[in-house]
Design a protein around this ligand. Structure first.
Ligand code: FES
Ligand code: FES
Length: 192
């Protein structure tokens, strides 16, 4: 018999050494009973069934598990769920508004910015945060003068590549990913 989500939660609640963790995910408050060492990635995938967040390396190396925490990108495999209780977490499942995809999702489709799709949810969330960072003039490693980081209007392809360098695509879809991000940035594929 397939274990139900509720059955799993009840079983978890009886497990010694667990704690109650309340997470705000995609606008919903979720109450979980977790080992305090549970990463956000495992909480999302194994306890909430939000499998859009991918486990690539589980070591902070690939970016496949990228989520937004209070609008800023974070690696779910390196974050303990228990630490994020006051935060608003957004996963790929929460990016669309009803049936309407987020402009970055639309642009990835329009620009064919994926092949196998394993890295794609992380790439999209990272790209959404990247444009917000540019709006706030956060410098990158590529920024020549950190006293004057480029704003959204001046963001070059090189800046986009550098700012997405934490998201590995083993299919090599990088040129189309950059195109998709630039299309959203310039409004030629929606706006973030
Ligand atoms: S799974 Fe988190 S960075 Fe690779
Ligand atoms: S689309 Fe396959 S890893 Fe990026």
């Amino acid at each position: 018999v397939e274990p139900t989500k509720e059955g799993e939660r009840q079983r978890d609640a009886r497990r010694p050494g667990t704690i109650t963790v309340r997470l705000r995910i995609n606008g919903r408050l979720e109450t979980l009973t977790l080992d305090p060492r549970t990463t956000l990635l495992d909480a999302l995938r194994e306890h909430l069934g939000l499998t859009g967040c991918k486990k690539g390396c589980d070591h902070g190396q690939c970016g496949a598990c990228t989520v937004l925490v209070d609008g800023r990108r974070a690696l779910a495999c390196l974050s303990l769920a228990v630490q994020l209780q006051p935060s608003e977490i957004t996963t790929i499942e929460g990016l669309a508004r009803g049936e309407a995809l987020h402009p970055m999702q639309e642009a990835f489709i329009a620009h064919d910015a994926l092949q196998c799709g394993y890295c794609t949810s992380g790439q999209i969330l990272s790209a959404v945060a990247l444009l917000d960072e540019a709006k706030r003039r956060v410098p990158s490693h590529f920024t020549r003068d950190v006293r004057e980081p480029p704003g959204l209007a001046e963001l070059s392809d090189e800046e986009v590549r550098e700012r997405l360098s934490g998201n590995i695509c083993r299919c090599g879809a990088y040129p189309h990913i950059v195109e998709a991000v630039q299309a959203v940035r310039t409004g030629d594929g929606g706006s973030s």
